[in-house]
Ligand binder design. Sequence first.
Ligand code: ADP
Ligand code: MG
Length: 258
Amino acid sequence: MENVENVIVTKNLTKVYQMGVVRVHALKEINLTVQRGEFVAIMGASGSGKSTLMNMLGCLDQPTSGDYFLDGKNVNSLDKNEYAEIRNQKIGFVFQGFNLLARTTALENVELPLMYDRYNRIKEPHKAAKSALERVGLTDRMNHLPNQLSGGQQQRVAIARALVTQPSILMADEPTGNLDSLNSIEIFSLFQALNQEGITIVMVTHERDFADYATRIVEMRDGHIRRDWIIQNRRNAQADLVQYKANGSETEEIYEQN
Ligand code: ADP
Ligand code: MG
């Protein structure tokens, strides 16, 4: 039995994609441990395997070989239903492209994952969805359709949808990849608050400045972990937000001063 405080443990996690005669080694024997309460930023060049790793960790896809222990349980040994169940129970996943249903209100989008909640862990779906939207600051936008919301608001709906099942881990693959600086910092401010409340976070980000909102950076290269370190001078998104709003759009200035 693995130590339960290690929420994520991978042992030689490997993923090979077969494309006709070409084999792409997207992940090469990744050994990664994430403890409960950490906020990990995964960085690395395009094609280095970040999304592949997130998909394995988020139980969206199975590795070719190696093991993945989630909360001490080897998820690769589970059958299809158990696998889906553990994902629904423990993980909230946020995508770069929001992935909201178009002709569906914010509230209905957030309620959606609860329809798959086979054990009815959440007793009052409507209420739970409302409070998730309140948590992300969208109390007055619940009945809006996605196209009536800004990009930042749409991503917050997607975060509410990820939170509505009360996961212990939030995973996000370039959650601010489609957002401008102000909206990005707002999302990181929300992530820092959620992390403060005890949710473990693993996210991919392209930008070093944004990675500094995390507590730890894992840098990937060619399917390997190249570097893995704890952030010494962690940035505070709430403070950056205040400064950003005071300075207008001078983000470069904010990052230089810190
Ligand atoms: P990143 O997110 O860091 O940009 P990815 O994990 O998306 O990297 O990709 C890692 C490698 O695996 C790349 O060479 C990419 O082309 C390849 N790859 C990713 N997904 C697939 C797939 N579904 N089929 C084949 N190759 C893939
Ligand atoms: Mg990617």
